[in-house]
Design a protein around this ligand. Structure first.
Ligand code: PLP
Length: 350
């Protein structure tokens, strides 16, 4: 990623949603060792988890904050993203007794249509008393709606609106240290979005949505989701397996039982649709994915047996299933596949 950025651009690693399912504490610790100085989360609880693990780096809480949550932001020394002036006022009241101004980032909505101040509301907030004493505006940010879309025009227009707000602040003598707009797709496709800080998420985990067939930079999925066959059942032709008897064998069959199910994030919509790797070959999921178990037809992989590793996402030999593949089977995006991997699944770091 650093090869894509021109110095002095810094990285704020987005580790929300438990680092997209990878385990936020371990991922943040590893990224700290690689020199990544800042993290972004969605909720106070996610920030508190990192603090409880001893992570002292700045942590930006990018999601919505309700008034009654603001004391917790300060208690965990998290940096809030302020999306409206009422939140800035409430934070200023809480921060007034502190010896140092409390850092905040302000979000401007340049076209996402979600959280953030309208561009024309930013300068008045920057010039308001709350930003001149109790609070210190450390960052100004926006979020891009279509950085991975086919037409760069909308993104460039958002960036232009952001630049206008920055220019207004500069003209008023208010220099904001950190300016950031870029998610992974913008890092790859819109160098003009980099400013002096970027906010990659999915790219950290080895995926991207922007390049559509063009050569990606050296991105490799970092996560393998695997389990172990616990039992093999033999079916005669016509026998059924699983809930609602959704699968009936059309030939004498061997069915492998995997101890992973939708409660672990292996989506029930993969019933009769997903595949797993066994002995380096793809085997189809048959019948309904259950809460804790999944059934796979291994009739054509006769040497598969109890104790064998089954790979749901990852490589086995030369075969490979990615979160992109699984997303296609499900009609979704790899983000959702990765974030869904539940807390019951043990994370092992190599
Ligand atoms: C505000 C914000 N910035 C950055 C990101 C990272 O996006 P990506 O995972 O596409 O890099 C997200 C993720 O949704 C986000 O909400």
């Amino acid at each position: 990623m650093r090869r894509h950025l021109t110095a002095p651009c810094e990285i704020l690693a987005v580790v929300k949603a438990d680092a997209y399912g990878h385990g936020a504490v371990a991922v943040a610790q590893r990224l700290l060792r690689l020199g990544v100085p800042r993290f972004g989360v969605a909720t106070i609880q996610e920030g508190a988890t990192l603090r409880d693990a001893g992570i002292q780096a700045p942590i930006l809480v990018m999601g919505a904050l309700l008034p009654n949550q603001l004391p917790d932001v300060i208690a965990h020394t998290l940096t809030p993203v302020v999306h409206d002036s009422a939140t800035a006022d409430a934070l200023a009241d809480l921060a007034r007794s502190r010896p140092e101004p409390y850092p905040i980032h302000i979000k401007v909505d340049t076209g996402m249509g979600r959280l953030g101040l309208a561009p024309e509301a930013v300068l008045p907030l920057l010039q308001s008393p709350c930003c001149k004493g109790p609070l210190r505006v450390e960052g100004l940010m926006t979020h891009l709606a279509d950085a991975d879309g086919g037409d760069p025009g909308y993104t460039e227009a958002q960036i232009a609106r952001f630049r206008t707000v920055v220019a207004q602040a500069d003209a008023a003598g208010l220099s904001i240290p950190l300016l950031h707009t870029a998610n992974s797709a913008a890092i790859l496709c819109h160098p003009s979005s980099h400013f002096n800080l970027v906010r990659p998420g999915i790219m950290l985990y080895g995926y991207q949505s922007a390049l559509r067939g063009q050569a990606a930079p050296d991105l490799h999925p970092v996560l393998t989701l695997s389990t172990t066959i616990v039992q093999i059942n033999r079916l005669t032709s016509g026998e059924s397996v699983g809930y609602n008897r959704a699968y009936r064998a059309s030939r004498p069959s061997r069915i492998a039982i995997l101890p992973i199910g939708y409660a672990d994030g292996y989506n029930r919509a993969l019933s009769s649709r997903g595949h797993v790797l066994l002995k380096g070959r793809q085997a189809p999921v048959v019948g309904r994915v259950c809460m804790d178990m999944t059934l796979v037809d291994v009739t054509d992989i006769p040497d598969a047996g109890p104790g064998d590793e089954a790979v749901l996402i990852g490589r086995q030999g030369t075969a490979r299933i990615t979160a992109d593949d699984m997303a296609q089977w499900l009609g979704t995006i790899p983000y959702e596949v990765l974030c869904a991997i539940g807390p019951r699944v043990a994370r092992v770091y190599r």
